[in-house]
Design a protein. Sequence first.
Length: 579
Amino acid sequence: MTIRSIVPFPVEMEFVRYALDSAAIVAMTDVKGQITFVNRKFCEISGYSKEELVGGNHRMLHSGVHDEQFFREMYRVIANGNVWHGEICNRRKDGTLYWVDTTIVPHVGASGRVDSYTAIRFDITARHQAQSELHRIVNVDPMTGIPNRRHFQQYLEEALRAAGSKGEAVFLALLDIDTFKEINDWFGHDVGDRLLRIIGERLGTLGQAGYFVARLGGDEFGIVLTGKSSDRARAIINQVLAMVRQPALLGDFTRRCTASIGVSESPGDGETAEELFKNADLALYRAKDLGRDRASFFENRLRDVSRQRNELAQTIEDGLNRGQFLLHYQPVVPVAPGGVVSLEGLLRWRHPIKGMTSPGEFLSDLHDPGLFAELGMLVVELAVQDMVAMMEQGLPVGRVAINVTNADFRSDQFANKFFELIESVGLPPSKFCMEVTEGVFLGRDFADIERRICRLHEAGVEVALDDFGTGFASLSHLRRMPIDRVKIDRTFVSNLAQSSADLAIVRGIIDISHGMGMVVTAEGVETREQFEMLRDLGCDSMQGWYFAKAQARDRLPYVLKNLPSTQRLPGEVAHRAAS
């Protein structure tokens, strides 16, 4: 706004008024706001005729965009004989809005008092529309039509400043759609986009209740609650969960979805947007770890857990760089006389402080898919190197089995690297077995994982299903996947002699596997009695401490030479378990 003083209007300036009337939108009013003159351009932009305007009050053009304080300040300036300049939004006769760059000049009479006003306007609607469109592009998510991350960040920071001065709480909630990736992968991006729009529309209704909602990217949404108690915030978050659970019509089918939400609160969980985001993320991970379809509020211990995980990941990274990982091998012993012993390669970490550690001591707390994949690649490299060395030693070894996870099958890189390595040393794929767990059947990328496993199997790699019976795999999965070997988990073997239920399960696994053309290996065999029972049940091979613990490669000649006999001992009869 520009203000400057003027002198009484001389008659010779009429020409200037004429010139402005020709180029600009011009109107005159008396001191009470009654319109006394409008030019042609004013009629054109407002949609009113001259007869409708003259004699009316300028308030007929009010758009409602400006508040009373805006006009009060404007009148204060011009009533004192000063020029006012600014931008005003007016309403046309048809109800549409238009913006004008406006200069209001008071006419000061010979008495020194203002007796009328002349408003000179220029149409700037196109500029405002461009600015509005730019604002929309910059601040609104094009997929859902609700605010985007930039706008959300801006709002959160402003809310924190305002709440800080009032002593109010601010809650930040981060929401992920639990099944979004599966829907996107199985039904295509169009269906995934439709789901995002539906969830965005549902969450957008919260904005009408005074909460700020935005799509932050992907399937992640953010919600800011201000001035609420902790109990009220929890109630609202539960409403959001219920809102997401409602059936969503995705084209010609309906799908129910769930969400995981992590919540942090200011000032208790942080006073800056960065701190709240970080802690809400930790709470979100916690909600997912607990099974999803729930909300988790940040607790200080989550920060400790995150720190420990980060430290573990860094220590593993250092271990990879320093060559601290190696494979130990446990014999997989065939029951049939004359069979060739195979080996399972088990990862070990030569920890600088803890000494030799097994995967159970560190992998359960590792949540970095990238590091999992890196460890998987290392296991392949070590297994190939060790197999070459064993063959050069002339060790009588059939196959080397290695454990693989979903992380190994995130892309084709794992299989590509495997084939590249064995080709470089001249080993056939049949010298290796890939052990997968039942978890691969439940992964988000099951179709891709299945394709990559089939590729290995078709090349001659044996595929074994590890820990069978402990997870959620069904017999249909067993039939669908190219499984050559089923491995009975040690939990069924350990109580085989004492539990009739475990005995029935083991017998069933062996019978079903044989009926489907698969061989069976029992894990965790620790006693001669267990061995005899499994042998009499028809188990094809076994491994466990009864035969040997996992040992370093240089110990294998001794281990293989001193394996217990699988021959039936003198006087030994078939165990009753087989009957």
